[in-house]
Design a protein around this ligand. Structure first.
Ligand code: FES
Length: 107
């Protein structure tokens, strides 16, 4: 059994998030990217694993993948898989919504 440490996001409410919009926040000292897509909220490291660009300055394509603004590599927000094939992996975090509050968890 894996025990996650959960951190409440003080600056966002789940119901206030816009679909498909990337938002960068700080959670317990980490830069975290947030995306709501098809009513599911995803959290991931805000810095691109390729060369550190801010993924939240990028966009979400029609298939729901995060597109980095710097070199246009694409990442699946759920798995972190680099869907454009360059071999990088985006670190993702667990997300729970409790009474409209967002919690981000990691081991
Ligand atoms: S910095 Fe993101 S693709 Fe290069």
């Amino acid at each position: 059994m894996q025990l996650y440490t959960w951190h409440k996001v003080d600056t966002l409410k789940a119901g206030a998030l816009s679909e498909g919009r990337l938002t960068e926040i700080f959670v317990a000292g980490k830069r975290v990217g947030i995306l709501k897509r098809d009513s599911t909220i995803y959290a991931f490291t805000a810095a691109c694993p390729h060369a550190g660009a801010s993924l939240c300055s990028g966009w979400v394509d029609g298939l729901g993948r995060i597109v980095c603004p710097e070199h246009k590599y694409r990442f699946d927000p759920m798995s972190g898989r680099n869907t454009s094939g360059e071999g990088y992996k985006l670190f993702t975090y667990k997300v729970e919504v409790r009474d409209d509050d967002i919690y981000v968890g990691w081991l």
